[in-house]
Ligand binder design. Sequence first.
Ligand code: PEP
Ligand code: MG
Length: 325
Amino acid sequence: LSAHYQAEVTLPAESVCGHRFALMINAGLAVDPEHINNEICDGVGLYRTEFPFIIRNQFPTEQEQVILYRDMLSAYPGKPVIMRTLDVGGDKPLPYFAINEENPFLGWRGIRLTLDHPEIFLVQIRAMLKADISSNNLHILLPMISELSEVDESLRLIKQACFEVGDELGLELVRPKVGVMVEVPSIMYQLNELASKIDFCSIGTNDLTQYLLAVDRNNARVASLYDAMHPAVLRALNQMGQQLQALQLPTSVCGELAGEPAGVLLLAAMGYDSFSMNSSQLAKIKWLLRRVSLQELQLVLNDALNSESPKIVRRKVHGFLEQKN
Ligand code: PEP
Ligand code: MG
């Protein structure tokens, strides 16, 4: 079957009704096959920069980070590489930076930690900017934003880093595109304001599901309650899809749902057209999107949105998928 998918991997991700999707890859945290062929994807939708931090025993220096980021940026010339600023805390502790909290997922993680330590943030942004000098395809993504002041503060620091690097290298630096992870429910209700401040957003269905359902994404005891196909999560994603389209804010979905056959079909029906996933999923997802029409997906979505439980949603979407395989 995998040969089956591979046969179409260099073709465009285009539905039978002619709708074109962007398929990008998530890089950094899982064990990635080096860099997947530039020809088969539309760029890197999420580079989880925490990985090189987690495997070391101290913070990587600015120069070490420049080398890492340059490798990634130059592997995808002419295509966007979306680098997320350090997203540690929660389930991703740094061995050399102790955080002891009762509720790590509601605590000091992602942007909260780096805005409290602007020296960590600034070194990372400076490294990204230096790495991007010749490739010019860097996009910066901010994790765990829960209020707008965090966006303002991050933009201020990014501007400062641009100024510092420009000064150091004697260049006039243009600020790269900056986006926000939509993964904390509060920000779903401030999309208007958000859209006026940033260039794009990326929906993190992993954390969004965890926070909408109040289910720890890594706790085996409640694992059966953790499901991004919960009708309430789907309704939230659907409403947000409509709003983001009206705002014309470029959006991609980078949580695991986008790399799941049943998930990506529902997201496509909601109007999302850019998906980022583990590279191992890309050929299969492309193959699938090339076999559906938005019209038929719309029916599946309506059925899913009006289902009572994640189990019923899954049964319905899988029924549809079986006809395609
Ligand atoms: C997410 O939360 O959906 C996401 C993509 O980020 P991470 O899994 O790294 O938290
Ligand atoms: Mg997340």
